[in-house]
Design a binder for this molecule. Sequence first.
Ligand SMILES: [Fe+2]
Length: 304
Amino acid sequence: MNSLVNIDGFKISFHEKSKRIIKIIITNETIDKLIFPFNKFNVNNLEYKPFTRFTVSKSLEDLSNNKLGSFLRSVLKDRNTGCILIEPEQKISKMDENFLIKLSTAITHLAGIPNHDSMSGKYYAKFDIKHEDKSDSYLRKAYVNMDLHTDGTYVNEYTDWILMTKIKEINVKGGQTVLLHLDDWEHLEELSKNQTGKENFIWGSPKSKNINYKVEHPVFNNDNDGNVTISYIDQFPEPKNMEQGLFLQKLSDSLEGSKNKIITELPVGSSVLSNNHFWLHGRKPFVKNKNLFRELLRIRGRFN
Ligand SMILES: [Fe+2]
């Protein structure tokens, strides 16, 4: 992506830390104009009636003169970029939790179709991170590094893209978002050509994910253009021999050791939308605080 489009009501630029990330600021005026059409639906409507999700999405698309959807899809599918940071111009009190669920719904329905999220039983999942946690995965462990990974490694559906929106944050230090584009990773060539990386691995998941089957797929694949893609998370592959175990260890160490990770703070109300086949994401540990609270929303889906 060499040049960016102009869309009235949106400020579009390259992210200050990487030209691979496109930053879209939604102006206050545009946010104001979304309030009325968004108020026609409540979150329950969106959950129970899938077609209403397209209606809220169309109100966002209309405000961009029908330019935002095609732009989002072209960035997401472009191997050189593939990642979008969407931020409101200012934190406005009108942007409460329900507004952010609707905005995230609107954005994702321009990208494609969400997958059912088994963790929540809905097309989106909200979850919070606190000082204490008794859950069974790293998702909610505040003081542990969440290693670089892709989503949807243990489900049957394609997960072409993911969206993460920060809904609320109180007493938070640390917990920055970490991103890595596969082509910036120093060991891509070496490890994607390793025979073990192309073998099928078994992928399971802990109870909280509500998936009662296992899937098999390799870590690396090639897309239709011959580009390498990755489907990987550290916790869920079940290595069946020493080769697979040692391969995964090497992969994990070399991803975490990459010098090309992008580490960024996301303001409340902002969303990251990224191609899940060639962008990995993770999270730095939080600084200890008994009153720590962060609420996130995620939507994962496919192109249509
Ligand atoms: Fe994730």
